[in-house]
Design a protein around this ligand. Structure first.
Ligand SMILES: N[C@@H](CCC(=O)N[C@@H](CS)C(=O)NCC(=O)O)C(=O)O
Length: 132
C-alpha cells in the first residue's frame, strides 16, 4: 500500500519550506494543507498538541513535529532515495555547518523584513499580516 503523506504548513514559513525541500529532494508525493495560523484547524491542534505549530508531517496517520526532526525522519524512512547528507562524517559536519549558517541568515532576514513592515505600518495591524 502506498504511503499517505500529509503536510500541514503555512506557505511563507521557512520551517515549512525546509520540509518541502526535503520532500522534493526525495521525490515524494504528498498532500499539502495550508493552515490559517490565526484560526488553526482541529487537525493541527490534534497532531501537534504540544506546540500547536506548523509544519507537521502526518505519515500514515502518525504525526511528526518540529521541522528538523521531520527532515531527519524523512531521510531515515526514505533512505533509499537521494540521501540528504554525505556519508562521510567530516563532509556531513561541513554540510550541517552551512545549513546552520543559512538558517541563521534567513532568520535574521525574516526578522528584519517583518520589523520594517511593522514600522512602515506605524505598528498598527492595518496593511500587514500579523506575524504568527
Ligand atoms: N521550531 C519549530 C518552529 C515552527 C514555527 O515557529 N512555526 C510557526 C510558523 S513559521 C507557527 O506555526 N506559528 C504559530 C504559532 O506560534 O501559534 C520548527 O522548527 O518546526
Amino acid at each position: 500500500m502506498a504511503d499517505e503523506i500529509i503536510l500541514l504548513d503555512f506557505w511563507p514559513s521557512m520551517f515549512g519550506m525546509r520540509v518541502r525541500l526535503a520532500l522534493a529532494e526525495k521525490g515524494l508525493k504528498y498532500e499539502y494543507r495550508e493552515e490559517d495560523l490565526w484560526n488553526k484547524s482541529p487537525l493541527l491542534l490534534e497532531m501537534n498538541p504540544v506546540h500547536k505549530k506548523i509544519p507537521v508531517l502526518i505519515h500514515n496517520g502518525k504525526p511528526i513535529c518540529e521541522s528538523l526532526i521531520i527532515v531527519q525522519y524523512i531521510d531515515e524512512v526514505w533512505c533509499d532515495k537521494s540521501p540528504l547528507l554525505p556519508s562521510d562524517p567530516y563532509q556531513r559536519a561541513q554540510a550541517r555547518f552551512w545549513v546552520d549558517y543559512i538558517d541563521k541568515k534567513l532568520y535574521e532576514l525574516g526578522r528584519k523584513i517583518w520589523s520594517t513592515k511593522r514600522r512602515r505600518a506605524g505598528n498598527s495591524q492595518e496593511g500587514i499580516h500579523r506575524v504568527p
